[in-house]
Write a protein that binds this ligand. Structure first.
Ligand SMILES: Cc1cc2nc3c(=O)[nH]c(=O)nc-3n(C[C@H](O)[C@H](O)[C@H](O)COP(=O)(O)OP(=O)(O)OC[C@H]3O[C@@H](n4cnc5c(N)ncnc54)[C@H](O)[C@@H]3O)c2cc1C
Length: 344
C-alpha cells in the first residue's frame, strides 16, 4: 500500500469480520479501518487505486463468501441535526454511521413523523438509501430528501436528490451504476409535523388493538411494528441472519394469471404500475425449504425468506443453499429469484 507510512489513521491487517456482519461469518479483511468524518475517510483512501474498497455499515445486509482481499472501511459518522423546517415538514440530517433504529426512536421522541413503520430495521442510516429499505407499507424514498456521498476515487463530495438516486423496490443507483463508488456520509430526511398513519399493512391494526391503543400516535405505530417484527423475525443476535435473503419478484400480469390458473393459492400483490409482486416466501415454502437445515446453514422455520446461520456455517455454505433454493423455485414456477443480500 502506498502512503500507509504517512497515514495517521490506523489500518489493521487480517481482521476477522465476525463482529461486523449479522450472519456472523468469520471471513477476514486484508485491511480494515473505521472513519468518523470525511477527512479521515479521505486520508484512508489515499492508497493504490487497484486496492478494492468496501464501505461497511452495520453488516446486516451482507454475506461474505470468502476473505475480502481489499480495504474495508466501517462508517462511524455520527450526529442528528434539524436543518430547517417549513409549515408542514422538518428537514433532518443524520450521519451515515447512526444506527437506523436509534434514529427512528429519536424522530419519534421529537414528534417527527414518517419513519415509524421502519422501526427495528437493523443497520445504519448510510445504508438505508442503498437498497431503499422498506417495511409495513413505507419505503425510505417516502421520507428521503437528499444525501451527501464521497466519491472514493475522485475524493469529492456529491449531493444526490431523490431523482438522482433512482430509487426502486430494494434498489437504487448505488446498487448498480455507482456500486462501491461512493461512501454515503449523511442522509437528510423530510419528516412530517402532522403524521399520516399507515396502519393497513400487515397486522398493524390488530397489534394496535391488542396493546390497547385508544389514540393513534407515531409511538404506538412504532411499538406495534416492533412487536410484530419481534414475533416474526429471528433476532440476528440469537440466530445470525441478514433478513430477507431474496426479493419478492415482480412479474407482468399475464404471467401472474398463468401461474394463478395452475396455482390458485399463490400469494401476490398487484402494483400500481400494472405488474404483480409475488411472495417469494410462499414459493420457497411450496418447494419445501421452510425449516430446512444442512449443517449450520438453514432456511428459518417461521420465515422462509430468511436464511440463517445456526452456528459455524461458512459464507459459501449459506450461498450454496440460496443457489439450491433459487434453482428449485425456477424449476417449479419458472421464476428466477433475485438475492436482496449483498454477496461479497
Ligand atoms: C433481522 C433483519 C431484518 C431486516 N429487515 C429489513 C426490512 O424490513 N426491510 C429492509 O429493507 N431491510 C431489512 N433488512 C436488511 C438490512 O437491515 C438493511 O438492508 C440495512 O439498510 C442494511 O444496513 P447496514 O448498515 O447493516 O448495511 P451493510 O450490511 O453494512 O451494507 C449493505 C450494503 O451497503 C453498502 N454500504 C453500507 N453503508 C454504506 C455507506 N455509508 N456508503 C456506501 N455504501 C454503504 C455496503 O458496502 C453493502 O454493499 C433486515 C436485516 C435483518 C438482519
Amino acid at each position: 500500500m502506498k502512503n500507509t507510512e504517512v497515514c495517521i489513521m490506523k489500518i489493521h491487517e487480517a481482521v476477522s469480520l465476525f463482529p461486523y456482519n449479522t450472519f456472523r461469518i468469520d471471513a477476514k479483511a486484508r485491511y480494515f479501518s473505521t472513519f468518523s468524518n470525511v477527512d479521515e475517510l479521505s486520508e484512508l483512501t489515499t492508497h493504490d487505486s487497484r486496492l478494492t474498497t468496501l464501505v461497511l455499515g452495520g453488516g446486516s445486509n451482507i454475506l461474505f463468501i470468502k476473505d475480502y482481499d481489499g480495504l474495508i472501511l466501517k462508517n462511524e459518522i455520527k450526529g442528528i441535526e434539524l436543518q430547517h423546517e417549513d409549515v408542514d415538514s422538518v428537514y433532518v440530517k443524520a450521519g451515515a454511521g447512526e444506527n437506523w433504529h436509534q434514529f427512528v426512536l429519536y424522530c419519534i421522541d421529537h414528534n417527527w413523523a414518517g419513519v415509524e413503520n421502519l422501526s427495528l430495521i437493523p443497520g445504519n442510516v448510510g445504508a438505508a438509501p442503498i437498497q431503499n429499505i422498506g417495511a409495513y407499507g413505507v419505503e425510505l424514498d417516502d421520507v428521503f430528501w437528499s444525501l451527501e456521498a464521497f466519491h472514493l476515487q475522485e475524493k469529492k463530495i456529491h449531493t444526490f436528490t431523490e431523482t438522482d438516486c433512482g430509487f426502486d423496490y430494494r434498489d437504487s443507483i448505488f446498487k448498480n451504476r455507482y456500486k462501491n463508488e461512493f461512501a454515503i456520509l449523511s442522509v437528510t430526511f423530510r419528516l412530517k409535523k402532522k403524521p399520516v398513519f399507515h396502519t393497513n399493512y400487515g397486522a398493524i391494526t390488530e397489534e394496535l388493538e391488542k396493546i390497547g391503543v385508544k389514540e393513534l400516535s407515531i409511538k404506538a405505530v412504532s411499538q406495534a411494528v416492533i412487536n410484530i417484527r419481534n414475533s416474526k423475525l429471528p433476532d440476528p443476535n440469537t440466530i445470525p441472519n441478514a433478513g430477507s435473503f431474496f426479493k419478492n419478484p415482480e412479474v407482468p400480469t399475464d404471467k401472474y394469471e398463468e401461474l394463478k390458473s395452475k396455482l390458485p393459492d399463490i400469494i401476490a400483490y398487484p402494483l400500481a404500475k400494472g405488474t404483480v409482486k409475488l411472495a417469494a416466501a410462499w414459493m420457497i415454502e411450496q418447494c419445501g425449504w421452510k425449516g430446512y437445515r444442512k449443517g449450520d446453514a438453514g432456511c428459518h422455520a417461521k420465515q422462509a425468506l430468511v436464511l440463517v446461520n445456526y452456528g459455524h456455517a461458512k459464507g459459501n455454505e449459506i450461498y450454496d443453499l440460496s443457489e439450491e433454493i433459487l434453482q428449485s423455485v425456477k424449476n417449479k414456477f419458472g421464476i428466477t429469484l433475485e438475492r436482496e443480500v449483498n454477496i461479497i
